[in-house]
Design a protein around this ligand. Structure first.
Ligand code: UDP
Length: 254
């Protein structure tokens, strides 16, 4: 057996060459970073939970016709994905004020926003992912106007779907970040959802207690990160440990 080729290593994931051309294997690590990777830790079990949660969400999104890079789950930490060209823009959707929005604009955390707000950030670690406008994106050629339209339309559909999914299990979707890629099929190219959707890139608050069930537990030294991610996985019905009979989807919270 030969060792598989590593194509890319990021902060929380590794991409390996896939079994067929045009495919990759996305491997979820236990590493956590925050504040441009100035804060780091290894949190045992995080990768497995993020893989499970992300695979569940991407499968549901595929089912409702949101195109994604996800093909299928391979094992506890890995999924088979389509190789895409990542568009260098992080797309953030916000429903409730928190994090950098609260800080920059002085809006108290927890304030319901009058409507969902989409923001773009230029993916560049050296520049600390600066916020950019559509003008910057098109002027510098990071994406075309059509691709921006596609990303915004998909981000809003994803937001509507996830808001409902999480609300059903007693969780408020405060905000989240997604990334998109260009999928080349013959002489066609289309924008698809890539990367991951997990508590690492969402803010998830318990509806009743406002407990944080996301990476802010790590950013703000609150502890209990794995327990919080487990709680999200459990409510979505994707936690297999200790619950072999239930892996059938979310449990409605009344
Ligand atoms: N986010 C992310 N990766 C980033 C920046 C933000 O996944 O590099 C997510 C973050 O978890 C939150 C949302 O995007 O759910 C909005 O983050 P914000 O702009 O408030 O930045 P932060 O407070 O994380 O610095």
């Amino acid at each position: 057996m030969s060792r598989r080729r590593r194509v890319y290593e990021g902060k929380a994931k590794v991409l390996y060459e896939g079994p067929e051309p045009g495919t990759l294997i996305q491997h979820f690590k236990d590493d956590a970073t925050a504040f441009d990777a100035t804060k780091r830790a290894t949190i045992e079990g995080k990768g497995v939970l993020n893989n499970r949660i992300s695979e569940f969400i991407f499968t549901r999104l595929n089912e409702i016709g949101v195109p994604t890079h996800f093909i299928r789950s391979l094992n506890m930490r890995e999924q088979l994905i389509r190789e895409v060209e990542i568009i260098p823009c992080e797309v953030v959707v916000r429903n409730v004020a928190a994090g950098s929005l609260s800080k920059r604009l002085g809006i108290e955390e927890g304030t319901m926003l009058p409507r969902s707000i989409i923001e773009f950030y230029y993916k560049n670690d050296e520049l600390h992912d600066p916020m950019v406008s559509e003008e910057h994106i098109t002027a510098f050629g990071w994406a075309t106007p059509q691709e921006i339209d596609d990303m915004m339309a998909l981000a809003l559909r994803i937001n509507d779907f996830l808001t409902g999914l999480f609300l059903g299990v007693g969780i408020r979707l405060v905000d989240f970040k997604v990334e998109f890629g260009r999928l080349y099929e013959g002489d066609m190219v289309r924008v698809v959802l890539a990367d991951e959707i997990s508590p690492d890139c969402c803010r998830l608050w318990d509806i009743r207690t406002n407990d944080k069930l996301d990476k802010d537990r790590f950013r703000r030294d609150m502890g209990g990160l794995v327990e919080a991610y487990q709680e999200v996985a459990r409510r979505l019905g994707v936690l297999v440990e200790n619950e072999p009979k239930r892996r059938g989807g979310p449990t409605l919270v009344k």
